[in-house]
Design a protein around this ligand. Structure first.
Ligand code: SF4
Length: 89
């Protein structure tokens, strides 16, 4: 990835091998610590349209967004946040 400028894309487009590692990590999280699939997709769609996304990483916090967006207790680090902590449906 070092020989080109970063793209505004998720890991699944930028680095499928790393995306698999992150997906395995997300799957290992306790179910009650993860957001439902619909909320996960909503968060990732917001990240995909965010200028702070580069090669699957949030430039505000350094997290891979596919990992951060899975966690119910976390919110987007931007001010104001583009997505909030998940409080349930
Ligand atoms: S600032 Fe928020 S919306 Fe933007 S990439 Fe980071 S986590 Fe996603």
């Amino acid at each position: 990835m070092a020989d080109r400028p970063p793209c505004r894309c998720l890991l699944r487009q930028a680095d499928p091998d790393l995306e698999k590692i992150v997906a395995d990590y997300v799957s290992s999280l306790p179910e009650d610590a993860r957001v439902p699939d619909a909320e996960y997709r909503r968060r990732l769609a917001l990240c995909e349209s965010c200028p702070r996304l580069a090669d699957g990483m949030c430039m505000d916090c350094g997290c891979y967004v596919e990992a951060r967006a899975a966690k119910a207790a976390l919110k987007c680090p931007a001010l104001p946040p583009r997505w909030e902590r998940y409080a349930g449906e």
